[in-house]
Structures are given as C-alpha cells and as structure tokens.
Ligand binder design. Structure first.
Ligand SMILES: [Zn+2]
Ligand SMILES: [Zn+2]
Length: 243
C-alpha cells in the first residue's frame, strides 16, 4: 500500500491529468504510474512529432526512495536525447527526495518534448537523420519517414501488387502499412504527392570522408543473402525510383 502522502499525490495528479493511469497495488507494495505524453502544440495534434509513455515504479517508501523511471514506446526521439532526458530526471528526483515529485518530473518531460518536437530518429527507409530542410510524413504510429522515401516505398508496394496479380487494383484499394510496425496507413494517402517531395538531404555527419568499418565489409555476404531473399519476396524498394 502506498503511504498517505503518496495517496494524496495520486489524487492531485488524477485531478490534473485525466489520462494518467495509477495502479497502486503491484507486487511488493509497489505502485505504477504511467502517462502518455506529447509536446504542447495546443489543439493542433498534427504538429506533434514526438511522444513518449512515461512510467514511474514507486517503492512502498516513496517519496523517501527514488522512483524507477521507465520510457515506453518513445517516438521521434534519438537514443542520445532519451539518455539526456533520463539523466535530467534522475538528477531532479535526487534533489526532491522526501517530497512528492511526480508532477515536476512529468512537467520536465512535457517541456522536453515541446522543445524537441522534431523527429531526431532516423528515417527507417534511407537511414538518414532528419534535417531542418527535410519534408517528412508522420503516420498515427509516429514512425517518421521522409515523404519521398515513403512515397517510393508505397509506389513499389502498389506496382508489385499489380505486377503479380491478375486483377489490377487502384492505389487506394491496395492495403498500405507502416513499414516499421505494420499499422494500416490512410488508404487515400497521396503517393504522388509524397514522391514529389524533395530527396532527403544528407546530414552533416555524412558529409566528407566516409570510412567503411571493417565489420561492415565482413557482413557483406550475409547482407547480400538477406537482400536477395527480400528482393524475391518483393520487399526491396525498386532502385529505379531512388535518385
Ligand atoms: Zn528517408
Ligand atoms: Zn509505424
């Protein structure tokens, strides 16, 4: 059971955040608090590019002990950003030990998401980082893609379907999925518009001499095998579209 002080904190959090989930009766007397957080973009949800489910696992003696902080399903944030955020939260929690601290920690994460509301992860198709000049597309699963990369990928899905099936279908009638998590994309997604977006610009770290690590060379045969297998199954982007 959480302490009375802790129960009071839960009540306050629930009155502020309707969407917060609090499970006070976990094994070992622990409590789990979790909340899906977005950057503050007012009512304009289309301008949200990052999100994160923040979890706190609280021991029986919280706030005399530090909460365990867990990030679930972060989207649009790089490993480095998550590491910096976690260190910041741990430092703040150490400073607030002995007093209720969850509101403050949640607020820190919300601020962080608002400041970093731009995909810092890589485009899963071309593996290049997003730059300020890139045009990108965000499905509802928050896996970001360069618009052009996604357009080329989807065009290939449509072309492959129509090349391998007797009955030809329109682009809208063919199921289109997020290439990362396979969540259904908007069937009416405008492939031509995506393809017309500019090609991704190489990020600064890629400009200049590129040294190929020796492990990459060693892995080449293995990857070639995988490439051939994927190509056979129609999973490789048609290189003729890539410029
Ligand atoms: Zn890309
Ligand atoms: Zn996805």
């Amino acid at each position: 059971m959480p302490s009375t002080e802790c129960e009071e904190e839960f009540e306050i959090l629930q009155s502020i955040y309707k969407e917060i989930v609090i499970e006070p009766d976990k094994p070992n007397g622990e409590s789990l608090v979790s909340m899906l957080l977005f950057p503050a973009t007012g009512d304009d949800t289309e301008l949200r590019y990052v999100k994160l489910t923040l979890e706190f696992l609280l021991g029986r003696d919280y706030p005399e002990s530090l909460p365990k902080i867990i990030f679930r399903n972060p989207r649009g944030l790089s490993e480095d950003q998550l590491e910096i955020l976690l260190q910041d939260l741990v430092k703040s929690s150490q400073e607030m030990i002995g007093s209720p601290m969850l509101f403050q920690l949640i607020d820190t994460v919300k601020d962080f998401l608002t400041t970093n509301n731009r995909p810092a992860s890589e485009c899963p198709i071309c593996l290049m980082s997003f730059t300020d000049f890139d045009v990108f597309y965000t499905p509802s699963c928050y896996h970001h893609f360069h618009s052009r990369c996604l357009g080329i990928h989807l065009q290939n899905i449509v072309d492959t379907y129509n090349e391998t099936n007797e009955v030809k279908l329109s682009s809208e009638a063919i199921e289109k999925l997020c290439p990362v998590c396979r969540l259904g994309l908007d069937p009416a997604i405008d492939i031509d518009k995506l393809k017309a977006a500019p090609s991704p610009s190489p990020s600064e770290e890629l400009i200049g001499e590129v040294e190929v690590p020796s492990e990459w060379v060693e892995n080449r045969d293995k990857l070639k095998e995988l490439y051939d297998k994927q190509k056979k199954q129609g999973g490789i982007i048609n290189m003729k579209y890539v410029t």
